[in-house]
Each structure stands twice: as structure tokens, then as C-alpha cells.
Design a protein around this ligand. Structure first.
Ligand SMILES: Nc1ncnc2c1ncn2[C@@H]1O[C@H](COP(=O)(O)OP(=O)(O)OP(=O)(O)O)[C@@H](O)[C@H]1O
Length: 587
């Protein structure tokens, strides 16, 4: 229960609902317990009528009164039971909602390292399945526990009053029932976890094969894929049948134990009646109803125990994530003015997980409004420089200054709001093109969106789609070409009009002519803005105010296009190579 203490703050938050729920539960039980007592009364009325030769009218009047009491109590009890669920179960839904938000907020704060260390499936499971199990504790488990305790206390008092000996025999099989249900629930949970695992394996497999359907078809491996699917589906079916075997025991066990208790009541009660220890046969009828009333709540003791154990395990997993202190923290609550002056001073950076030293002693200075181009072989550290400017990671040694202030001392929100980042793999959400472009600036007008798309040279493509800017992208929508995706992603960055623009090899999928146009537009609109362009192409770098060439995390060349094409080294080699390759579009 230690882990579940995390929920206490929520129970406190919804204390009024909970208290009302508990009171309603107790009152509802009291009303529902009118039934057995009035059933006994009916027996007594009839027994007395025979003994005393009562008139038919008098018996009818007494019976009608008793029946009306039973109906009235059942109606009130039913209404209160409805409100019991409406209060306690609703609280569990509120807690589920709060907990999901708490986890999601924490996810957003955690750094990229966290996402690399944890699988997406695991992150999703904690916010869905684990929270779902915790909800079962916060709602049904609490409701059934209160219900059971309230019912038990009241019923036992009534029963002892009626016949202590019969009470003892009646409740004797109940603990056995509880233990059996507990064991069954545990086994059901164990087997259903396995079933769940197989279901998620099956859905991951299907999802991957649909995403990679073009590769599957191109390689003609449909029969093999179908065979793999069949194997997984068969295993999944076998596990489901295993589960059904245990589940099938649940109700027969309950019926058996209820039957045993009923027989005991009839036998022991009958003997007591014959011996004159109980006065009315109605007591036996009353006890039979008690037994049936108690069975379900007692069975739930076993079920609730298993729910609490599962919730404890799930909350433990959730707490593991909630306790992680975000690596990248906002160290400045005040507003930071960002102008776009970016300076790296002897920066070293090593990735934690791979221990790869991606940057070694990097130094450069970009003044507001200037453009820096970074070139270098694959894996030389270019993207890492951009990630560090956006403070996606904190550095090990050296310093990164923005406006002469250490990057870690700037307000993180202001820093990121002033950065427009276009990643290597343009990621677009399954939404309209317009929403994807507006992602960087929610209050952008339609004119702003069109302007940004024009500058990114993608407007003409968009208006050719039937629904233009309202065209939906992604799974249920259309698929953009690699170059179109990159340009929508550029429009998303420039619409923000940020102080610093970061382009990570984001023009690789567009032809050099379009690249030229985009770069010209960016030059025009980014007057006074700082740009860092990572590229493998000279065409993207040649107009930059400064160019650096990286190799194995070190700067091996730096200068302008004119100086570098006249200096032996990587830049000149690349220039000559691309010049000969691209005679149609001279550099
Ligand atoms: N998230 C990461 N975790 C661990 N190591 C990384 C990570 N990203 C990059 N690296 C490693 O750091 C080094 C520099 O990578 P980086 O992505 O900065 O290179 P790059 O020059 O941008 O490459 P490319 O041109 O292929 O995009 C590489 O050796 C890479 O394997």
C-alpha cells in the first residue's frame, strides 16, 4: 500500500464526494436489509393467521403493508445504490483523469535521454493500462470494500439477533469462498496479463506490417508475413483459451458455495425449528436471503485484494517515472530577452547512453542576423550542435552563450519560443496542413500560413490538393513527398518568426533549384535573425556568413565560401565533386 499513498492527495481533493458516497452506501445497505426482515414478517403473519384463525381481510391488510414496505425499501435502496456508484465511481474517474494529466505533464518535462532509455510502448502502457488498474483501486475496490463492511456489520447484527447458532453455520463457508475467489482472481490476472502481452505483440506486428506494406510487397514476402501472423495469432488464441479455463470456474464455485450455505441454513434452521429453538419458519427464509446477500460482497473481498495488489504494482511503475527529476530544468523564472547572438566556447559533449563524444572543443560566434553553415561527414556532430542550441541536452564542458548569458541561465520557455527548428526527419501530425504549419504559432491567420508556405516554396503544391490547406495528412489522409514534407516543416518554423532558425539538413529532398529559391526567401524574411544551416550540399552553405566543417566532433575548417573553395580540404573537395555532378544547376 506504500506506493498507493501517492493517491492520497487525490482522495483528499475529492473528500466531499467520497464522504457523501460512503454515507449513501451505508444508508442504501440499511434500506436493502428491510427485505429479509419483512419476508420473515410475512411468514409470521401467515403462521399466526393459521394459529389464530384470523379473518382474510386482516391477513390481506397485514400482507399488503409488509409487501409495500419491501417494495418501498427496494426502490429507495436501488436509488441510493445508483447514487453510490455516481459518487464513488465518479471520484475514481476524476482521479484517473488527474493522474493521466500528472503523468503526461511529467513526460513533457523529461529530456530526450529519458525517451531513448524507455520504449514508447512502455510509456503508453503507464498512462493507459497502469492508470486503469489504479482506477480500479480508487473506485470499485473502495466502493465494494465499504459496501462489504457496511453490509456485514448490519447483517451480522440482525442475524445474531435472530439466531446466533444459525448465524455461525451460515457464515462458516464464506471465508472459504473469499479465499477461493482470491486465488482465482490472482490466476485470472496472471493469465490475462499474458493475453494482453500477446495482444500487444499482435497489434505491434500488424501495425508494422501495414506501415511497411510497400517493402513487404516489393520483396514479395507476403506468405512469410502471413505465416508469422498466423503463428502469433495461434499463440494468442491458446493463451486466451487458458484464461477462459480459469474464468469458467468463477461462477460454478460461487454457485456451489451459495448452495452449500443455503443447505446449511435449511438443515440447521430446520432442526432448530423442530427443536423449538426458533419460533418461526420465516427465520429460515430470512437467513436464506442474508446468505445470498452476503455471498457477493464476501466474494469481492478476494477480488478486491487482487485489485489492490495489481494497483500497487501499477502505481509503483507510475511512481518510478513521476520521481524522475527532469535533466533539463528551467533555471530562470524571469523573462529572458533573446536577440540571436550565439556563441560556443570550447564546447565538449558526450552522449550519456552511447558514451560517444560527439563534440570536442567546438568554438564559434554568430552575431544576430548572421548565418552559419555547418558541413561535415555523416556522424561528425552537426545535428548535435543544433540540439545544444535548443538546449535539448546540457553540455559537459565549455560554455554556450546566448546574448552573452549562459544558455542554462536563460528562461527555457523564452529560449525555445525564439527558436524555429526544422529537423532532419520532418515530422508532421495526422492533421490538416494548415494546423501543421500553425503548430509553431497558434494565433497565426490564414494569410500568415499562406505567406509562410509561399516562402517555403510549398504553396503551389498545397493548392493543387482538392482541400488545399485543409488537406489531412497522415494515416487517414494523404502522404506528402519527402520534399513536400520538408517544406511544410520549414513553413512551420518560419511562421513563428523566431530569432534563431535551425535547419538540420532539411533541404536534402528538394532539388537544387527549389533549394535556391527557399534559401533566397529565408534570407529575405530572416533579416536580423540568426540562422544555422546544417547541410551536405555546398549550394545550401555558399551564401552563409560563416562556414564550419566538422570531422569527428572537431572543427577542421572554417571561413567563407570564397576562402574555403581556395583552401585544400573537405569543403573544396565537396565543391568540386558537386560542381561536376550538377552541371545543369551550377553552384
Ligand atoms: N541521441 C543520441 N544518442 C547517442 N548518440 C548519439 C545521438 N545522436 C547522435 N549520436 C552520436 O553522436 C555522433 C554525432 O551525431 P550527429 O547526429 O550530431 O551527427 P551528424 O553530423 O548530424 O550526422 P548526419 O549528417 O548523419 O545527420 C554520432 O556518432 C552519433 O552516433
Amino acid at each position: 500500500m506504500k506506493e498507493l499513498q501517492h493517491l492520497n492527495k487525490y482522495f483528499y481533493k475529492y473528500k466531499t464526494h467520497l464522504v457523501i458516497g460512503i454515507v449513501i452506501t451505508i444508508v442504501a445497505r440499511i434500506f436493502l436489509l428491510f427485505t429479509p426482515r419483512y419476508v420473515k414478517k410475512i411468514f409470521v403473519i401467515i403462521e399466526n393467521a393459521f394459529k389464530n384463525n384470523a379473518t382474510e381481510a386482516a391477513v390481506k391488510a397485514d400482507l399488503t403493508e409488509a409487501i409495500l414496505y419491501i417494495i418501498g425499501a427496494a426502490v429507495v435502496g436501488g436509488i441510493l445504490t445508483f447514487f453510490m456508484r455516481q459518487t464513488i465511481i465518479n471520484v475514481s474517474r476524476y482521479i484517473e483523469y488527474d493522474l493521466k494529466n500528472e503523468i503526461y505533464e511529467q513526460y513533457q518535462k523529461l529530456s530526450l535521454n529519458f525517451y531513448k532509455k524507455n520504449r514508447t510502448g512502455d510509456l503508453m502502457n503507464r498512462i493507459t493500462e497502469d492508470v486503469g488498474r489504479v482506477r480500479m483501486y480508487a473506485g470499485p475496490a473502495i466502493m465494494y470494500s465499504i459496501n462489504t463492511v457496511a453490509l456485514f456489520v448490519i447483517v451480522i447484527i440482525y442475524m445474531v439477533n435472530a439466531s446466533p447458532k444459525l448465524t455461525l453455520y451460515t457464515i462458516l463457508p464464506l471465508p472459504i469462498l473469499s479465499i477461493i475467489i482470491y486465488k482465482l482472481s490472482k490466476e485470472i490476472h496472471k493469465r490475462s496479463t499474458i493475453v494482453q502481452e500477446y495482444l500487444s505483440k499482435l497489434s505491434t506486428f500488424t501495425q508494422e506490417s501495414f506501415s511497411g506494406i510497400s517493402v513487404i510487397k516489393a520483396y514479395g514476402i507476403e506468405p512469410q508475413t502471413a505465416l508469422n501472423f498466423n503463428t502469433l495469432a495461434k499463440e494468442s488464441k491458446d493463451k486466451q483459451i487458458d484464461l477462459n479455463k480459469v474464468q469458467a470456474w468463477f461462477f460454478p464455485m460461487m454457485i456451489l458455495l451459495i448452495g452449500t450455505s443455503n443447505l446449511l441454513v435449511i438443515y440447521v434452521g430446520g432442526m432448530q425449528y423442530i427443536n423449538g429453538e426458533i419460533k418461526s419458519i420465516g427465520t429460515i427464509a430470512e437467513f436464506i436471503i442474508y446468505v445470498n446477500m452476503l455471498t457477493w460482497p464476501v466474494a469481492t473481498v478476494g477480488w478486491v485484494t487482487s485489485i489492490v495488489q495489481q494497483a500497487e504494482a501499477s502505481q509503483k511503475r507510475i511512481n518510478e517515472f513521476l520521481k524522475i527529476v527532469p535533466e533539463i530544468k528551467n533555471n530562470n523564472a524571469n523573462h529572458s530577452e533573446i536577440t540571436g547572438d550565439v556563441q560556443f566556447k570550447d564546447v565538449n559533449f558526450t552522449y550519456d547512453d552511447t558514451n560517444i563524444q560527439a563534440l570536442k572543443g567546438i568554438s564559434f560566434h554568430i552575431k544576430p542576423g548572421d548565418t552559419l553553415a555547418i558541413l561535415g561527414k555523416t556522424g561528425s556532430g552537426k545535428s548535435t550542435v543544433l540540439d545544444l542550441v535548443g538546449r535539448l541536452y546540457d553540455i559537459d564542458q565549455g560554455s554556450i552563450l546566448i546574448n552573452d548569458t549562459e544558455i542554462a541561465d536563460l528562461n527555457l520557455v523564452d529560449l525555445r519560443n525564439n527558436i524555429g527548428y526544422v529537423p532532419q526527419d520532418a515530422f508532421l501530425f495526422s492533421d490538416s496542413i494548415k494546423t501543421n504549419i500553425k503548430f509553431g504559432k497558434h494565433d497565426a491567420t490564414d494569410e500568415d500560413v499562406i505567406e509562410a508556405a509561399k516562402n517555403a516554396q510549398v504553396h503551389k503544391n498545397i493548392i493543387k490538393f482538392n482541400k488545399g490547406y485543409d488537406t489531412i495528412l497522415g494515416e487517414r489522409g494523404i502522404t506528402l513527398s519527402g520534399g513536400q514534407k520538408q517544406r511544410v516543416s520549414i513553413a512551420r518554423a518560419i511562421i513563428k518568426s523566431p530569432k534563431i532558425l535551425l535547419f538540420d539538413d532539411c533541404l536534402s529532398a528538394v532539388d537544387t533549384e527549389t533549394e535556391e529559391k527557399i534559401l533566397n526567401n529565408i534570407n529575405k524574411i530572416s533579416k536580423g535573425k540568426t540562422g544555422i544551416i546544417v547541410s551536405h550540399r555546398i549550394s545550401a552553405a555558399k551564401n552563409a556568413d560563416k562556414i564550419i566543417v566538422l570531422d569527428h566532433g572537431k572543427i577542421v575548417q572554417e571561413g567563407t565560401h570564397d576562402t574555403l573553395i581556395n583552401t585544400d580540404g573537405y569543403y573544396k573537395e565537396l565543391y568540386l565533386k558537386q560542381l561536376s555532378e550538377n552541371t545543369a544547376n551550377p553552384l
